[in-house]
Design a protein around this ligand. Structure first.
Ligand SMILES: Cc1ncc(COP(=O)(O)O)c(C=O)c1O
Length: 461
């Protein structure tokens, strides 16, 4: 008899914290409990999550950016069921997948200056492929990457990760990886000058902190790469597939990278998949002889469920005009947040494109607020943002995240299907929470005191 997945979930979902404490990552359980995020979601539909009480939440996190179409989109479900119902041959290995051919064709139709696709199973695996392809194509050892970059956590990707928190304890990492500050063309020029750099890997908009490039940065960077024979690798794993209001974020700056990396949303959130699109000559350097036909790859890449998820994603992005919706709703939300920045001294900056938005908080001017801010930050840098995301969840049912370790930026990465009513909901929730954070003493700073005490106690233990 088949496993009754729905029945099993219903029977055991109440045990999830106990199961994870016992068998999985206990620290994650502690984190969720400490910040009061220990909801027990029972169902996901579109941009909404539902808990045991039937309470509806608006998801501004999208599973770290995978649910561009929302959860359980009917077209995605149909496509995935279709694969199983068709009893396709799938992963014969000594055969070629028709669905992979069609997905590659459709992806390249959207990126017409590139000619080949390599499929992987996740974002980090796609990054690994890019690093290997860059070395193989150029015969050079080095990779340049940016401070604060995030490209994944496997060893190659970790070696080009610009956040010491992730790297610490795992060394030694790949040699010949050189860090440069984001948005600094002079530093990039210096790093490329040795002419030993195979690739420059960069997120067009950095996910950690939602940092935008200066207007001339990406065009300047690609020009420097061309001059020094270094390949320009655009990591669009988070920004791609409509997230920023264009199919690729690089389109905002009119550049044509040598490699474009996609993953996250391509999966529909349901079947992991990554795709590296590149130039034919680069691909040909890797797969250069018959006996090297499988020199890079992995067992599950190009599996039919993943390919179908990718095809359904591309289909829904255009049939529901989701890229246009991301652009429109993003413009609206940015305007709303900029108005808040003008009203509230704690809001320092508002950044973003499409539905990738960062709201940055910073030290206020007024004395009482400033004193409270300093106390909180002395306990733990970035703790202030918890005063925003916790009540967003508990009081306004908005699931949002802080954009990285020690960050003062709250990030919004909602499904691209959000409606005007959802934008109203976001505006109401953020406005109320930010307004409350300006009241000292008040409930927000009472929570702050508690969090600071917890942080100090954790440090002492
Ligand atoms: C820009 C970027 N690259 C790569 C990755 C790694 O993707 P994955 O978590 O699927 O390995 C991420 C994940 O957040 C990302 O944001």
């Amino acid at each position: 008899m088949a496993v009754d997945v729905a029945g099993l979930f219903a029977e055991r979902e109440g045990d999830r914290y106990a199961l994870h404490t016992r068998y999985l990552n206990e620290q994650m359980v502690r984190v969720l409990r400490t910040v009061g995020f220990d909801r027990q979601y029972q169902r996901g539909s579109g941009q909404y999550l539902y808990d045991a009480e039937g309470e509806q939440y608006l998801d501004l996190l999208s599973g770290w950016g995978v649910f561009a179409l929302g959860r359980n989109h009917p077209a995605m479900r149909e496509a995935l069921k279709g694969v199983l119902d068709a009893e396709l041959p799938n992963l014969v290995q000594l055969d070629l997948s028709a669905l992979a051919g069609v997905l590659a064709e459709r992806l390249l139709h959207r990126i017409p200056y590139l000619e080949k696709v390599f499929f992987a199973n996740s974002g980090t695996e796609t990054v690994e492929a890019a690093l290997k392809f860059a070395r193989a194509a150029t015969g050079r050892p080095g990779i340049v990457y940016c401070s604060h970059a995030f490209h994944g956590l496997s060893y190659g990707a970790l070696s080009v990760n610009g956040d010491p928190v992730f790297r610490s304890g795992f060394g030694p990492l790949l040699p010949n990886c050189v860090e440069v500050p984001f948005n600094d063309l002079d530093a990039l020029q210096r790093a490329l000058a040795s002419r030993r750099m195979a690739g420059f890997i960069v997120e067009p908009i950095q996910g950690k902190g939602v940092i935008l490039p200066h207007d001339d940065y990406l065009a300047g960077a690609i020009e420097l790469c061309r001059q020094s024979g270094t390949l320009f690798i655009a990591d669009e794993i988070q920004t791609g597939l409509g997230r920023t209001g264009r199919f690729l974020a690089v389109e905002h700056w009119g550049i044509e990278p040598d490699m474009v990396l996609l993953a996250k949303s391509l999966s529909g959130g349901h079947v992991p998949v990554g795709a590296l699109a590149t130039r034919k000559w680069i691909h040909d350097k890797v797969f250069d002889r018959m006996d090297r036909a499988v020199v890079h790859g992995s067992t599950f890449a190009k599996n039919d469920l993943a390919m179908a998820a990718g095809l359904a994603t591309l289909d829904v992005l255009s049939s529901e005009a989701l890229i246009e919706n991301a652009a429109e709703k993003g413009t609206r939300l940015l305007q709303v947040f900029r108005q808040m920045a003008a009203r509230y001294e704690l809001v320092k900056d508002v950044r973003g494109k499409g539905l990738m938005i960062g709201v940055e908080f910073g030290m206020p001017q007024s004395l009482r607020l400033k004193a409270s801010w300093k106390l909180l930050e002395a306990a733990n840098t970035g703790l202030f943002c918890q005063l925003i995301v916790i009540p967003l969840l508990t009081e306004h049912k908005l699931v949002a995240q802080v954009a990285g370790h020690g960050s003062h930026t709250v990030k919004l990465l909602p499904p691209l299907i959000i409606s005007d009513e959802d934008c109203d909901w976001i505006e109401r929730g953020f406005d109320a929470v930010i307004r409350a954070a300006h009241r000292v003493p008040g409930a927000a700073w009472k929570l702050g005191k508690l969090l600071a005490e917890n942080a100090l106690a954790a440090r002492a233990s």
